[in-house]
Design a binder for this molecule. Sequence first.
Ligand SMILES: [Zn+2]
Length: 251
Amino acid sequence: MTRRFLFTVDLDRDVNIQLEGRPEAGSIDRGQGTAPRFASAERGLHLLLDLLDDIGMKATFFVEGRTAQTIDCSVLSGHCIGFHGYDHEDMAKLDDPLPAMSEGYRAVKDNVSAPVCFRAPYMSADDRTFDALRQLGIRHDSSVYSDPGTAPYDISGITEHPVAKGRDRAGRTIAAYLWPLHEGKRIPSDYVELALSSGDNDFILATHTWHLVERRDSGPMSGEDVRRNLSDVREALTGIIDSGYRPSGMV
Ligand SMILES: [Zn+2]
């Protein structure tokens, strides 16, 4: 049996943060306020696409609507395209998520291609989010954490592709998001081991493009840090592939 490896990439505003009392997200304040920035997302996107080309694999990109309108996303041709809200809204906190979901869907459709899947910003989705997906004709979602090895499952007509969250050998919680790897707090083999704990099911790994070049904790990375970061990501991706997983788009 060939197990699928779904590498999923959230393409959204740099180092996004929730802003008190506002539905739209900002970027972390580096001394110039919290207005959304996209420079790291765009730079990281190009570095990541070069890496994926070099490895010879396709990924799934969950594109935020505003990002699709701001940076050139034509470079995503050939990859699986999903969407990720319009202004990185927390859908479960909105009175009605449908307008933001529709706006995000349309922005990605108009600027990239018609999205076929969805990931909720902050992995925050509820029944109304899934209702909105059905109304938009989206049949695949990846907004839920589950134990490693959980097979894709049905939510009233939508296939949920859960992101693994479990424990490593030391008993520490580990999720299949590369966040701690980019921050220098995990090593590539941690994610290969997490994949191997998924049994015969798909393994979904997630990240953000901005995190290739900017750390949440300490800001933009030096050239040397970016090279090390890219090298770590390559080691995680190829380690998973070499363990018997076949890279695939989500849909
Ligand atoms: Zn996001």
